[in-house]
Design a protein around this ligand. Structure first.
Ligand code: NAP
Length: 321
């Protein structure tokens, strides 16, 4: 195969996982200030399912083919003019910037070096692909909620991609962690460090008491979840209800002035400093990759299908090379 093209996961219409296929696209070269990364693995994120199905077409647009993949691990293959801070051969992890959109489900990506960090020595690049999204959990708990030791933390969606990292970090930061997950995943969230694994389908919120910090990764029923805050508590959500986006985002905005505790929503945009923090949490033993299953690139659709079916334990990772 020539080196002017590369494999990438594409889709030509919105739909179920079956619309995904591995095709060939031009292999990118690093523009000035960028680096070329040979992708070793990426993970499947909840938000990408919505993009593929067309539920967020106002954001993704309707031009095809479209690409998938937001995070990645890999090796630096080339440096564009003026790119600094990394060297060819470095093992890195990163998340594509807001302006570049999806596209890490491919053999190569170009990215500004400020958007990535070095993977800690000894951490396998395929397993490491479960972790770039953990930067969202760090931002939520440390920066947005200012979680303190001894506080009661509730994580909703605790077995998921962001949630599993939040449970681990909450425990490491000294909080008392209640983890909401489906019953089949209660043992899993306990192994992550949850003090109180709770079946979100059978236990009513009123039975759980009140919390200093709530991290919601589901985005639905925010009104009910917010009632679980102590006075002065902090609630962060990283998702909103895609079945009623205007009402859901409106509720989040109005929470700044109405009701108990503002609901903070943010969109992660991790930089080098945050990836360095991520590496530190891993080397200090506060965070480890939770990989549910590794899929080959040709089976990316199966990885999407699995995440869509529910019940993930950590992350579905796709191995590229
Ligand atoms: N704002 C940001 O920067 C940012 C960053 C990353 C992700 N996100 C968004 O955050 C959301 C989660 O992402 P992710 O990658 O962590 O997804 P994920 O891996 O699919 O995890 C979602 C978790 O939520 C659980 N869940 C779903 N409905 C629930 C409910 N009603 N009650 C309790 N738990 C429920 C799921 O559990 P079961 O499958 O067992 O039901 C699953 O464990 C997505 O909407 C994504 O777009 C936002």
């Amino acid at each position: 195969m020539d080196d002017r093209t590369m494999k990438a996961v594409l889709f030509d219409r919105f739909g179920g996982p079956e619309v995904l296929y591995v095709g060939r696209v031009p292999r990118p070269g690093p523009a000035p200030g960028e680096v070329l990364v040979r992708v070793r693995a990426f993970s499947v994120n909840g938000g990408e399912l919505a993009a593929r199905s067309g539920r967020v077409r106002l954001v993704t647009g309707r031009k095809f083919p479209q690409r998938i993949g937001l995070d990645f691990t890999g090796e630096i293959a080339a440096l564009g003019a003026g790119a600094t801070g990394v060297a060819v051969g470095d093992q890195v992890w990163g998340v594509l910037g807001r302006s570049s959109g999806f596209g890490s489900a491919a053999e190569y990506v170009t990215v500004r070096p400020e958007r990535l960090g070095r993977v800690p020595d000894g951490l396998d690049l395929v397993a490491a692909a479960a972790l770039p999204v953990a930067t969202t959990a760090i931002t939520a708990l440390r920066d947005k909620a200012a979680l303190r030791p001894g506080e009661r933390l509730l994580v909703r969606g605790a077995a998921g991609g962001v949630g599993n990292a939040a449970v681990q970090l909450g425990r490491a930061y000294g909080a008392e962690v209640t983890a909401l997950a489906r019953v089949a995943n209660l043992d899993f969230v306990r192994t992550l460090g949850a003090h109180h694994p709770v079946d979100h389908r059978t236990v009513s919120p009123a039975e759980l008491g009140l919390f200093d910090v709530v991290l919601d990764t589901a985005g639905t029923d925010l009104r009910t979840v917010r009632r679980m805050l102590k006075p002065g508590g902090r609630m962060v959500t990283i998702a909103f209800d895609l079945t009623r986006p205007a009402a859901s985002l409106g509720y989040i905005a109005a929470s700044a002035v109405h009701g108990r505790g503002r609901v903070r929503f943010f969109s992660g945009n991790p930089d080098r400093a945050l990836f360095d923090d991520l590496a530190r949490q891993v080397t200090e033993g506060k965070l480890r990759p939770a990989v549910d299953t590794v899929f080959p690139l040709e089976e990316t659709a199966a990885a999407h299908r699995a995440l869509e079916a529910g019940g993930v334990r950590g992350k579905y990772v796709v191995k590229v090379a």
